[in-house]
Design a binder for this molecule. Structure first.
Ligand code: FMN
Length: 306
């Protein structure tokens, strides 16, 4: 019966079989999940953030549970872009899904070097730039807080990238729509909204952070209302597509983001406690469209009524 229902979306010049992707840092390099679900059912997967050199990340503990969410201070641990291209990409190519590589650096040159390395890999559909990193060359301020710097990065990456470029926006700024406009003007092909919100958790007996670092990134259902608000604000501001992220744990959550203006969604923290959540979301979305007598997911996107 579902054959008459289309979940397909077009985004950044790419055709996605459905609008459900897994979010960076919560789905490894994808291959960790092959025994649990069929990667080819996903619209796409976004890898852990990749840097030029491998990184060990922050000292433990790196994850703390919070009400309705979690704080993490993983610190961008990863195997490095070269090892990804050599060891992971050839296997990932065997699956019929879009592989999007998340990229970070501590200067614009770092990002460009990762892009150059990934450009040599075969099987990457798009790059997603994580701009929530301190720019060490600019005194540690996040690139994502500075519209001009975010635009400079986007424009330079676009000049050399062999595939479409998504920019993942930081919610830890009062000017997310300004950053969105700025990177759109610099040539971004899409925007991922949002990354984690900065937060803290205090061990009251040791009077220290419960994590190895003072602050961490808050994610999970607790951030969903904020993420929805930001997705809507950004989608109303730019013409390029928005990928909605933040606390999605069910097909109903995904539908909310699509109605708010997201062309696709990414699922993060929920993968930790329900690794098959993305499959449930895909199936639930199709059933919802059938129940609502809609033939295409396109009818939902941006359909929010004021
Ligand atoms: C443990 C962990 C690691 C993450 N690592 C990255 C990363 O490397 N790059 C990135 O852009 N976002 C990273 N994120 C952010 C997620 O991709 C996502 O934007 C955020 O968690 C909000 O979605 P959620 O509430 O569904 O988890 C990470 C999140 C978590 C929980």
């Amino acid at each position: 019966m579902d054959t008459a229902i289309s979940l397909a979306v077009r985004l950044a010049g790419l055709e996605f079989k459905n609008p459900v992707l897994t979010a960076s840092g919560t789905f490894g390099y994808g291959l960790e999940f092959v025994e649990i679900l069929d990667l080819s059912r996903l619209g796409g997967l976004v890898t852990k953030g990749l840097s030029v050199e491998p990184m060990d990340g922050n000292p433990p503990p790196r994850i703390v549970e919070t009400h309705g969410g979690m704080l993490n201070s993983i610190g961008l641990q990863n195997i490095g872009a070269r090892a990804f291209v050599r060891d992971k990409l050839p296997v990932l190519r065997g699956y019929d899904t879009h592989v999007i590589t998340n990229i970070f650096g501590f200067s614009i040159d770092d990002y460009l070097e990762v892009v150059r390395i990934l450009n040599d890999g075969d099987g990457i559909s798009a790059y997603e730039l994580n701009i929530s990193c301190p720019n060490v060359k600019k005194g540690g301020m996040e690139i994502g807080h500075d519209p001009a710097e975010a635009a400079r990065l986007t424009e330079k990456v676009k000049r050399i990238a062999r595939c479409p470029v998504l920019v993942k926006l930081s919610p830890n700024t009062s000017s997310i729509t300004e950053v969105a406009q700025s990177v759109e003007a610099a040539g971004a092909d899409g925007l991922s909204v949002i990354n984690t919100l900065l937060g803290m958790s205090v061990d009251i007996y040791r009077r220290r952070s419960r994590m190895g670092t003072a602050m961490g990134g808050l994610s999970g259902p607790a951030i969903k209302p904020i993420a929805l608000r930001m997705v809507r604000a950004v989608a109303q501001t730019v013409r390029i597509p928005v990928l909605g992220i933040g606390g999605i744990a069910s097909w109903q959550d995904a539908v909310e983001f699509l109605i708010a203006g997201a062309t696709a969604i990414q699922i993060g923290t929920a993968n930790y406690y329900e690794p098959r959540v993305s499959i449930h979301v895909i199936d639930g979305l199709a059933a919802y469209l059938r129940d609502m007598e809609m033939s295409s997911v396109q009818e939902l996107i941006g359909s929010f009524q004021d």
